[in-house]
Write a protein that binds this ligand. Structure first.
Ligand code: TZP
Ligand code: MG
Length: 216
């Protein structure tokens, strides 16, 4: 297993959404959030043409590489390859994780969203680095989701699998510790960072929750 796959800390995982950045440049929001302690960034673009997606990805990779923060691309293996990203995150309807792995190779990060226990069982047989527990809570950022796992569902998942669990959906400073105590290894957030008045401070708060639950 690669050093990247062994060492990546999913503690504070920023998933981007330019529409929530309130007119600020995505790179500025990401840079501030990273300064506050974001450990992984996923570029998620739903309504952009491919050329612009690659340009955005390349710019973010240039920003993140010197800071040693891995960049994942949502859905698109071709975009990840073009920009030299560290990995790809896919959902259940996207390219199969085995095909993503075959295309990206064994050093890359591959994440998969799971919405049911059956999907978790299937995922355990796959060579993925983490499962996105989606959604933990209902969220207005993404409305076409499966029913939320809730803290109880997350806690059940924690005892049912040894996979790395990254919780997503409705997470912010107010509930971060609860989500971690229920068993999440990491917190994936969109609006709590992209739409924050002060993304650096918001990231610091999430990082503080991770530190306090992990005991360091
Ligand atoms: N997948 C499941 S919920 C979600 C995604 C991309 C959006 C989470 O957004 P927020 O603003 O952190 O609730
Ligand atoms: Mg997807």
């Amino acid at each position: 297993m690669s050093a990247l796959r062994r060492n990546t800390d999913y503690g504070v995982y920023l998933v981007t959404d330019r529409t929530l950045c309130r007119g600020r440049a995505l790179a500025d929001v990401v840079a501030a959030a990273v300064a506050g302690g974001v450990t992984v960034v996923q570029l998620r673009e739903k309504h952009v043409d491919t050329r612009e997606f690659v340009e955005l990805a390349r710019a973010l990779k240039g920003l993140l590489a010197p800071r040693d923060v891995p960049l994942l691309i949502n859905d698109r293996v071709d975009v990840a390859l073009a920009c030299g990203a560290d990995g790809v995150h896919v959902g259940q309807g996207d390219m199969h994780p085995a095909d993503v792995r075959a295309l990206l190779g064994h050093t890359a990060l591959v994440g998969l969203s799971v919405e049911t226990m059956e999907q978790v069982r299937e995922a355990e047989a796959l060579d993925v680095d983490y499962l996105g527990v989606s959604p933990v809570f209902a969220t207005s950022t993404k409305t076409d989701t499966a029913p939320p796992w809730g803290l109880d569902g997350l806690a059940r998942l924690r005892v049912a699998t040894e996979c790395t669990l990254v919780a997503i959906g409705g997470i912010g400073a107010a509930n971060a510790e609860q989500v971690l105590r229920a068993g999440a290894d990491g917190l994936a957030v969109v609006s709590a960072l992209c739409a924050a008045d002060d993304p650096q401070r918001a990231a610091e708060e999430l990082r503080g929750a991770v530190r306090s639950v992990r005991g360091w």
